[in-house]
Write a protein that binds this ligand. Structure first.
Ligand SMILES: [Fe+2]
Length: 180
C-alpha cells in the first residue's frame, strides 16, 4: 500500500499525541524515511520540477508541528545554529546534506559569545532522516538541487533561535527563515 502525505500527517498526529518526547520523534523520523521512499510523494512534492523555495505542507493547528519542503536551487553551507526550544527532523529527498553536530564547550554565561566543538558529522542521503532534539546545534552543507523535508516541533519562525560564528564565537539571534 502506498504511503502519502495525508497518511504521514495522520501518523504524526497520532504518535505525537501519545508521546511528543524523543521516543515519539524517533517514530516520526522512521515514518519520514518511509515517506521518502514513496515515488508518488517525491514526484508531487519534491521532484526535479518542484519550484525552488520553501513550502509549508502542514501546520498542525492542535499539536503545533510543521512539515516543510526545502527545494534548494543553489548549494549552501549554513552557519551552526539551533532550533530554539524545538526539535527538528531532516529527511533527504534528493541530493545529500552533510550534517555537523556541535556541543558548546563554554560555560554559557555570556549570551553574546560561545565556543563550539564538533561532536559528530554525517551525510544524509536520499531516503534518510536525521533528528535534532531541543536545543541541539548543527550546520548543514548541501549541493545544488538538494531537496529535503523538515518536520519541526513548532513553527521555528515564532520562537527565538541563535546562530554561531565558529571563528569569532559571536552568537547572533536568527531572523525568520534565515538558516535552516
Ligand atoms: Fe537546522
Amino acid at each position: 500500500m502506498s504511503y502519502g502525505l495525508e497518511e504521514f500527517i495522520a501518523d504524526c498526529r497520532s504518535v505525537l499525541k501519545q508521546d511528543a518526547g524523543p521516543a515519539g520523534r524517533e517514530i516520526v523520523r522512521q515514518m519520514l524515511e518511509r515517506l521518502l521512499h514513496e515515488t508518488h510523494f517525491l514526484a508531487r512534492y519534491c521532484s526535479d520540477v518542484t519550484p525552488a523555495g520553501l513550502r509549508v505542507l502542514h501546520d498542525d493547528a492542535e499539536l503545533g508541528f510543521q512539515i516543510l519542503v526545502h527545494a534548494n536551487a543553489k548549494a549552501r553551507v549554513s552557519p551552526p545554529h539551533d532550533h530554539g526550544k524545538s526539535w527538528a527532523i531532516y529527511g533527504q529527498a534528493a541530493g545529500h546534506t552533510d550534517m555537523v553536530e556541535y556541543e558548546r564547550v563554554d560555560n554559557g554565561t555570556d549570551p553574546a559569545r560561545a565556543q563550539l566543538r564538533i561532536k559528530r558529522t554525517y551525510r544524509l542521503n536520499p531516503g534518510e532522516a536525521g533528528i535534532f532534539q531541543d536545543g541541539a546545534i548543527h550546520s548543514i552543507d548541501y549541493p545544488d538541487k538538494a531537496r529535503f523535508i523538515r518536520v519541526t516541533g513548532t513553527n521555528l519562525d515564532s520562537i527565538p533561535r541563535i546562530m554561531f560564528d565558529m571563528k569569532t564565537g559571536k552568537v547572533t539571534p536568527m531572523t525568520p527563515q534565515r538558516a535552516t
